[in-house]
Design a protein around this ligand. Structure first.
Ligand SMILES: [Zn+2]
Length: 344
């Protein structure tokens, strides 16, 4: 299997100081991929800058200019959680371009699958404002680009970041061509993502929210993949799958309260890869969202690449959660979601 790896040092120049979303995240990932010699199994792909027209597939031009202006003035805070530096606009344009380039590489057959290791992340950035560490919505831009450029009829987005991708949902809420499925801790930031949010207009039923209570781990995630995500994806029958890959549901990640392990990520990435193989000739694009414990992030991304490459015996150095939390029963939730979406 040929697996693309999109990265550029420009992503380190989005300088956020002491912020939890900082350049050490990508540095830890790259260094782990080098130390484990996994990097040499990957196909390196250089990102390009997204054009203003491409970014404006999702964002208002006025907002794009606003982000550019703040960078030119040396940076500043865009909302209570989101800060930028003088190079952040360029990094964000390349992050969007990285997701686009990953999609092109997969669609053109340069690689079987690809992972855009970009920052800033994207899934909270709405058409008109920055939110939750995100400037431009990389996955939404790549999705709109793929729909237009390759005239695809249906794209599936799976978002397993621990936070709900409010802005990705919003972008495609009334769009029947995009099925958005999210697993997330709930109630939690940003507050959206209840089971009743299912899409509107022509996009009715093409948003599937799986709001999980704190404490869920590998078994619960696997359960919702098997019982909800796999059947929903099969019914939708996409031509391409894009993934908002955040690793902040890992038990060692202090930003949330989920109990996933790297082994759990291996299982759900395996399920996603299985769907891509079955439904869309393996066409699969990952783009990085959250993940703030550097060891958990780096080992889980390496494990993701292992699954995409078809490697077996994937390492999980951190192991299972040492926290003795009783896993919440999610059977009633799964049943309710299946009923809402008519999944048998
Ligand atoms: Zn997140």
């Amino acid at each position: 299997m040929k697996v693309g790896f999109i990265y550029d040092p420009i992503y380190l120049k989005h300088d956020t100081g002491q912020h939890v979303e900082n350049a050490t995240r990508l540095e830890a990932i790259i260094s782990h991929l080098e130390q484990t010699r996994l990097k040499q199994q990957l196909t390196p792909i250089r990102p390009r800058a997204a054009s203003i027209e491409e970014v404006s597939l999702v964002h208002h031009k006025q907002y794009i200019s606003h982000v550019q202006d703040i960078a030119q003035k040396g940076g500043g805070w865009l909302d209570a959680d989101t800060v930028m530096s003088s190079s952040s606009y360029e990094a964000a344009i390349y992050a969007a371009g990285g997701a686009i380039r990953a999609t092109e590489a997969v669609m053109n057959g340069e690689v079987d699958s690809a992972f855009a290791l970009v920052r800033p992340p994207g899934h909270h950035a709405t058409s008109q404002r920055a939110m939750g560490f995100c400037l431009f919505n990389n996955i939404a831009i790549a999705t709109k680009y793929a729909l237009a450029r390759y005239q695809l009829e249906r794209i599936l987005i799976i978002d397993f970041d621990v936070h709900h991708g409010n802005a990705t949902q919003e972008t495609f809420y009334d769009n029947p061509q995009v099925l958005y499925i999210s697993t997330h801790q709930y109630p939690f930031y940003p507050g959206t993502g209840s089971i009743g949010e299912t899409g509107s207009g022509g996009g009715k039923e093409t948003t599937v929210n799986i709001p999980l209570m704190a404490g869920c781990g590998d078994a619960e995630y696997l359960q919702v993949f098997e019982q909800i995500i796999v059947p929903a994806a099969r019914r939708f029958d996409p031509s391409l799958i894009l993934v908002s890959a955040g690793y902040d549901a890992h038990w060692a990640d202090g930003i949330a309260l989920m109990q996933m392990s790297t082994t759990g990520f291996v299982q759900i990435v395996g399920a996603i890869r299985g769907l891509a193989d079955e439904l869309c000739s393996g066409r699969l694009v990952f783009t990085l969202e959250g993940g703030y414990n550097l060891t958990a992030l780096a080992t889980s991304i390496k494990a993701t690449f292992d699954v995409l490459l078809g490697n077996t015996n994937v390492e999980d150095p951190l192991g299972q959660s040492p926290h003795n939390l009783a896993a919440p029963g999610i059977a009633p939730l799964v049943k309710a979601i299946k009923e809402i979406h008519n999944l048998s």
